[in-house]
Design a protein around this ligand. Structure first.
Ligand code: CA2
Length: 170
């Protein structure tokens, strides 16, 4: 699922005014948000989250490119496509990622993100440190600008707020 918000124009710290861009990535099963297991992941759907971030970002002339996939390779392709393999005018400035179960398994996704050399924030809806022991290890956290977990869907807004105030404020 790939969505693009509309572009517009004002000053930008990182990229040219027309090209403020953030990649929002969600891993496997997060398409089920709000539909199954609301006691763990809440009632908010992924579409609600995407629409809210797109709307906030638009107020700051930032384009959100939103991708959810259940397939590791698709997520890696998207990181490459919007990162290293993109023309310099088309690259994203930063990434907000909830790798979901790939958090605990994917060296390949970690390598792809590291290779782009873009700042990223790791977001988890649940507190991964208060659940099963296997969830406490993340292949992403040591490379992340920051990690937000346990605050539900608001974690995504917090990640976007961070990039707005630290990367796009004049
Ligand atoms: O808390 C998070 O955001 C997680 O990244 C969610 C992953 C889990 O494997 C991580 O340990 C922590 C699971 C996402 C599954 O999402 C569902 C949503 C609704 C219903 C079922 C699964």
């Amino acid at each position: 699922m790939i969505k693009r918000s509309t572009k517009s124009s004002t000053e930008s710290v990182l990229s040219s005014p027309l090209h403020r861009r953030i990649l929002l990535m969600n891993g496997p099963n997060l398409n089920l948000l709000g539909v199954r297991e609301p006691e763990i992941y809440g009632h908010t759907t992924l579409q609600d989250i995407e629409e809210r971030l797109i709307s906030t970002a638009k107020q700051h002339n930032i384009e959100i490119i939103s991708i959810q996939s259940n397939h590791e390779g698709e997520l890696i392709d998207a990181i490459q496509y919007h990162g290293l393999l993109a023309d310099s005018d088309d690259t994203v400035d930063a990434v907000i990622i909830n790798p979901a179960a790939f958090t605990h398994t994917s060296v390949a996704l970690r390598d792809a993100l590291s290779a782009t050399n873009k700042p990223f924030i790791e977001v988890h809806l649940s507190n991964i440190h208060s659940r099963e022991p296997f969830r406490t290890h993340s292949y992403f956290s040591d490379k992340a600008k920051g990690i937000i977990c346990g605050l539900g869907h608001l974690g995504y807004d917090m990640a976007l707020d961070y990039f707005i105030s630290h990367y796009y404020s004049a």
